[in-house]
Design a protein around this ligand. Structure first.
Ligand code: AMP
Length: 286
């Protein structure tokens, strides 16, 4: 059956009321569209666990900086709806900016998860996680999900959303799903659309560097700095500029001199103008 497309608050509320009256629970997959198999893994996870799956498609202006790609972000809406239909999504919520942000930013309620939002992606994208939390909380309050699904591809985002949900006592179960990759190891991302075949090939160096770190750990090299320094050139030689490349404890997001099974390597950088991020758990490298 085709997914129902909901655009207004009334349409959404009517749909949700019907679902809740039937005693069904709602699984929610927030996205910015330009859907790929990574997004669709979240849809499948929702279909496996939740009764009804709602996908939202909204390119959120508050999480983009001034010189970023908000206006050029790919939005193949027709293809996205078709993919949702094929994968058995029940409803697609496509809100307007007027609905989510009726007033300009300086008049809108803002959500800040401090400290952690300043690390990694938050270092150069100063207001990025504020924008993410502002939109996700608004969407949560509108969609009223029982479960919400997020990708580990954006591990820092997943962590921050979990914290926001805990801190604000939201009654929503947040579930993380593994990163979907191309055969080359490159993590799927809507922004890969900006890359040529050759650039995509080169961008697989990010995952190759993670694998190299993992193999160095298995040879008993445990010093984080040495590990990063040993593999950095794999990424730099492929023509990627590094924004951050760090090994952190995945629970505290603090640097640890010596890697442990709790360590995760985080990368953010640019291939030309295209931002690429990825991360990798080192738990099985020992
Ligand atoms: P986006 O549309 O980029 O905002 O992503 C929407 C959701 O899909 C987020 O929870 C992302 O973490 C998740 N996601 C994006 N890419 C992937 C991927 N390659 N594998 C798994 N989840 C992903």
């Amino acid at each position: 059956m085709a997914a129902i497309v909901l655009q207004t608050e009334i349409e959404l509320k009517t749909f949700i009321k019907k679902v809740k009256n039937k005693g069904l629970n709602i699984g929610f997959v927030p996205t910015m569209g330009c859907l790929h198999e990574g997004h669709l893994d979240l849809v499948q996870a929702s279909k496996n666990k939740s009764d009804i799956t709602i996908v939202s498609i909204y390119v959120n202006p508050t999480q983009f900086g001034k010189n970023e790609d908000f206006s050029s972000y790919p939005s193949p809406l027709k293809a996205d709806i078709e993919l949702c239909n094929q994968r058995g999504v029940d409803a697609i919520f496509i809100p307007s900016t007027k609905l989510l942000y009726p007033e300009k930013l300086s008049y809108s309620t803002q959500i800040i998860v401090p400290t952690i939002s300043k690390k990694l992606c938050g270092k150069t994208r100063k207001n990025f996680f504020r924008g993410v939390c502002m939109v996700v909380l608004r969407l949560f309050n509108l969609v009223q999900p029982d479960q919400a699904y997020f990708g580990e591809k954006d591990y820092q985002q997943l962590f921050i959303i979990k914290k926001m949900v805990r801190d604000l006592f939201l009654n929503i179960e947040i579930l993380g799903c593994p990163t979907r990759r191309e055969a080359s190891g490159l993590a799927l991302s809507s922004r890969n659309k900006y890359l040529s075949t050759n650039e995509k090939e080169k961008a697989s160096s990010i995952h190759a560097s993670f694998k190299k770190i993992s193999s160095l750990i298995s040879t008993e090299i445990y010093d984080s700095e040495i590990l990063i320094k040993s593999v950095e050139s794999i990424i730099l030689d492929s023509g990627i500029d590094i924004d951050y490349f760090e090994i952190l404890n995945q629970q505290s997001f603090r640097k640890s001199k010596i890697v442990t099974t709790e360590s995760r390597v985080f990368f953010g950088g640019y291939m030309g103008k295209t931002r690429l991020i990825d991360n990798f758990s080192l738990s099985t490298s020992f």
